[in-house]
Design a protein around this ligand. Structure first.
Ligand SMILES: [Zn+2]
Length: 274
């Protein structure tokens, strides 16, 4: 178990926080420290392309309690060069770079053509199979294609999480059947868009659930008092955990303990000695 230095509550792990985002340029160290003080023991910084993955890696070297992922988001896939992918591959040789991603498919906006998204996604899957690091997956409006492509690698596929899951029960059940983990954000706190998700989160087994803020995006809409800025922060993770625990009929402590265990095992997290 992770020790809870600054809080009597069990500590949490934010598996998806975009700390390289420019909205944190002015106060990044403070944001990280405040999250830790709020009981978020570990934060996994999302890498969304080669450059951002490099920056995420540097944060994971600089701050204790931070880890990184390395990959290329489907939106960025048409801009990814061979050099970029080589850089992602090389970043993944480091111990603090704990997952391949974010990678996947987004047919909602198709910022990159679907064929290129699929091709780049397959490159990431092959890499994850080769190095056996877990996958941090993004999927929007592409559940069936996602499952079809994942099936092609089924024999060698490492553990994989659908991050920021916001789809429906059918998609949830398909992913669970496939053996995937599910990342839940503050979307579940949104009384308008999050209702469907709120009604199905109890279907996620205890051993498949993880937590994330996706900060600075997706601020929980039911924070009280309502923050002046709409910038989401990793320190709001306990709030998301509280709401999720209520929806699942569990105590905060139970939910914190089980998500912590899942995340430690999934990402093979080892506390840094420095
Ligand atoms: Zn994403």
């Amino acid at each position: 178990m992770v020790s809870t230095c600054h809080s009597e509550r069990p500590s949490l792990i934010d598996i998806g926080v975009n700390l390289t985002n420019s909205r944190f340029d002015k106060d990044r160290a403070e944001v990280i420290a405040k999250a830790q003080a709020a009981g978020v023991a570990y934060q996994i910084v999302t890498g969304t392309n080669a450059q951002e993955s490099q920056a995420a890696f540097e944060l994971s070297q600089k701050y204790s309690g931070l880890f990184a992922t390395a990959g290329c988001h489907p939106h960025d896939s048409q801009r990814m060069t061979d050099e970029d992918f080589a850089q992602i591959e090389s970043l993944l040789t480091h111990d603090t770079v704990v997952a391949v991603g974010e990678c996947g498919l987004d047919f909602n906006r198709n910022f990159s053509p679907p064929e290129i998204q699929q091709q780049v996604f397959r490159q990431h899957l092959k890499l994850a199979c080769d190095i056996q690091k877990p996958l941090f997956l993004h999927e929007r409006d592409a559940t069936e294609t996602m499952l079809t492509i994942l099936s092609d690698y089924h024999n060698r596929l490492p553990a994989a999480v659908i991050h920021c899951f916001t789809a429906n029960q059918k998609a949830l059940e398909s992913y669970l059947d496939f053996g995937l983990y599910i990342g839940i954000t503050g979307w579940v706190c949104d009384e308008r868009r999050g209702q469907e998700l709120a009604s199905i989160v109890h279907l996620i087994p205890d051993n498949r659930l993880m937590l994330e803020t996706d900060a600075p995006y997706l601020i929980p809409r039911d924070l009280t008092p309502k923050p002046k800025s709409n910038r989401n922060l990793p320190q709001y993770l306990p709030h998301i955990a509280q709401q999720l625990a209520r929806l699942r009929g569990q105590s905060f402590e139970t939910l914190a303990a089980l998500t912590q265990k899942n995340s430690m095992e999934f990402f093979n997290l080892k506390p840094k000695t420095s």
